[in-house]
Ligand binder design. Structure first.
Ligand SMILES: C[S@@+](CC[C@H](N)C(=O)[O-])C[C@H]1O[C@@H](n2cnc3c(N)ncnc32)[C@H](O)[C@@H]1O
Length: 254
């Protein structure tokens, strides 16, 4: 209210839209800059691993579109009662789906090396009442799984983060039952974004070579995911029949 030449003028309170707009722009800019600047990978105990700050992306609704989790799980032809190890489970995106798929008679081991992921996994298990899931804090060199207990060891966007991969996969082999399998999903080295930075991606020919050195044999390869290859391996001694013959680099979509 102000007084001018004996008149009293009432001024309505105005929302300072210009300032609100400026504030929104500044907050947005700070958020985007902070997110863009956060490294995708961080160092934990001398190992380069996924930065949990980006977990929101792995849990976003958009992920179902390119990850096709239903089709991934169908392709594995899991049975009720199966035991799955979701290694490098992160926030539990696949853990929860596996838990529902294998049912009460089955079991899921959700393994991760980062404390924050272990906490998030436990929260999810409690929240969603996933009674058939055991959360395991793995070590960088071994998933700490019980011996000969697992039907399928599953790695979604984890394999490339493992430091001594061949030795690690030999450890995984010890945890597998007879006829057990390993399933690996990784981003194409020359694929499109979103996904890890190019330097953090692996050629699938390298994954196949390493798994062979660890005592596995490629038995299936799926190409329905637009951004990732999806390889399934059996234990060499258990399998007499090799899977798809895609061992020459030139035959692989890398
Ligand atoms: C990119 S995230 C993927 C999470 C989850 N698999 C998914 O698809 O949503 C990779 C995860 O692997 C975990 N990780 C990295 N190295 C590992 C290791 N040696 N053993 C177990 N987990 C590991 C990281 O902590 C991180 O949670």
């Amino acid at each position: 209210m102000s007084k001018e030449a004996n008149h009293t003028i009432y001024e309505p309170e105005r929302t300072p839209w210009g300032q609100v707009f400026l504030l929104v722009v500044i907050v947005g800019f700070v958020f985007i800059t902070a997110t863009a600047c956060a490294p995708r990978m961080i160092e934990v105990d001398g190992h380069r691993v996924f930065n949990p700050e980006y977990l929101w992306y792995l849990e976003s609704e958009d992920r179902d579109r390119w990850q096709k989790p239903g089709q991934v799980i169908e392709s594995l032809e899991l049975s009720e009662g199966d035991v799955i190890a979701d290694i490098g489970a992160g926030g539990g995106y696949f853990t929860e789906r596996f838990s529902k798929r294998v049912g009460k008679g089955g079991h899921v081991y959700a393994v991760d090396v980062q404390d924050i992921m272990i906490t998030l996994l436990k929260n999810r298990v409690n929240r969603e009442k996933l009674d058939n899931v055991t959360v395991i804090k793995g070590r960088f060199e071994t998933p700490m799984l019980p011996s000969k207990s697992v039907d399928t060891a599953f790695f979604s966007s984890v394999y490339k983060e493992i430091s001594e991969r061949i030795e690690y996969m030999k450890e995984v082999r010890k945890s597998l039952k007879r006829e057990g399998r390993v399933a690996i999903l990784e981003f194409y080295k020359n694929g499109i974004f979103p996904g890890p930075e190019y330097g953090d991606r692996m050629y699938q020919s390298q994954v196949i070579e390493e798994l062979e050195k660890a005592g596995f044999l490629l038995i299936q390869s799926f190409d329905f995911l637009p951004q990732e290859y999806f390889l399934v391996f059996g234990i060499k001694e258990d399998r007499t029949v090799r899977g798809p013959k895609i061992h020459r680099k030139s035959q692989l979509l890398e």
